[in-house]
Design a protein around this ligand. Structure first.
Ligand code: SF4
Length: 288
């Protein structure tokens, strides 16, 4: 990773309305660019709208996001729909330790009784434990950890800037003590690198010990900038798997036969640990 620079931007709004309203209607992203440096990052496309190609090292910060959010939440038009925090870039990436915008955002969600989803790869989310705990007693809040590999040697290659996988399970365990729902986002599953039974078995074992409410699984997609970036990385770091990955990814998604066999394996193991795949269930229960 190179030297990180921060660019402070003034955003016109805090919330972005999503075209598909289910299961949440709004996105909130504090940062553009992300220091976690995941090799499969699907959000790289978002930098093409900026004057920068360095998604992982040039971080744009919406410094007025708290004021904008309050303006939007106090409006009579606000219907308290679920806000997805960090749907594009991670809100608890290292920049957040410096800018500390999430605590102010959480205070507004509490004040305006607004439900939200947070998914992150960083234990920095524990800094805001008390606020998330308070929000969880008022409305629906979901805390999810995206975790892909239990083998740390693989994890540091594919997600160099995130917390260790064990640390991510630890924060899930901590938030299980609140009224928040907690989830494991097992995505993306990377063919021939993180798709082995042992990885899933360790993952589901840890998830069941944390008492997660659901597990969501999904395979790798490779399109546009992400495709080139990931394949160059795989060729260098996983030369033995590279050709097989190329064969599988003739288009953006892995081939159908591979995915059918993969999900059969994932579902079987998940069922063995008695884990649910429904992230909607806790949301419906809390918001009805
Ligand atoms: S945490 Fe998400 S946004 Fe950040 S680099 Fe990884 S995949 Fe991209």
């Amino acid at each position: 990773m190179g030297k990180v620079t921060f660019k402070e931007d003034i955003a016109k709004s805090a919330l972005t309305m999503l075209k598909r309203k289910i299961p949440y209607g709004w996105d909130l992203n504090i940062y553009r660019g992300c220091q976690h440096g995941c090799k499969y990052c699907y959000a790289m496309y978002s930098h093409k709208y900026l004057d920068s190609a360095d998604f992982f090292n040039e971080i744009h910060v919406k410094t007025n996001i708290v004021e904008e959010l309050e303006r939007e939440l106090k409006s009579e038009k606000w219907k308290r729909e679920v806000i997805n925090i960090g749907g594009v870039t991670d809100s608890y990436q290292p920049a957040e330790a410096k800018y500390q915008l999430m605590p102010e955002i959480l205070k507004l969600l509490i004040k305006y009784r607004t439900p939200a989803i947070i998914s992150t790869k960083s234990k920095l989310v524990l800094r805001d434990y008390d606020l998330i705990d308070e929000l969880s007693r008022i409305t629906y809040i979901n805390v999810a950890a995206t975790i892909t590999a239990m083998d740390e040697a693989i994890r540091t290659k594919i997600e160099p800037g995130g917390s260790t996988s064990i640390e991510r399970f630890e924060f899930l365990k901590a938030f299980r003590k609140t009224n928040a729902s907690i989830g494991l986002h097992l995505m993306p599953i990377i063919p021939y690198i993180t798709d082995d039974e042992q990885n899933f078995d360790r993952m589901f074992d840890a998830a069941s010990q944390c008492g997660v409410h659901y597990v969501l699984a999904g395979t790798l997609y490779l399109r546009g900038t992400t495709r080139k970036y990931f394949l160059d990385f795989a060729q260098k770091e996983f030369p033995e798997q590279y050709e097989k990955i190329l064969q599988l990814y003739k288009t953006g998604g892995a081939d159908k036969e591979y995915k059918t066999a993969l999900y059969e394996k994932v579902n079987r193991l998940r069922d063995q640990y008695g884990l649910s795949s429904s992230y909607m269930k806790p949301m419906r229960e809390k918001l009805r």
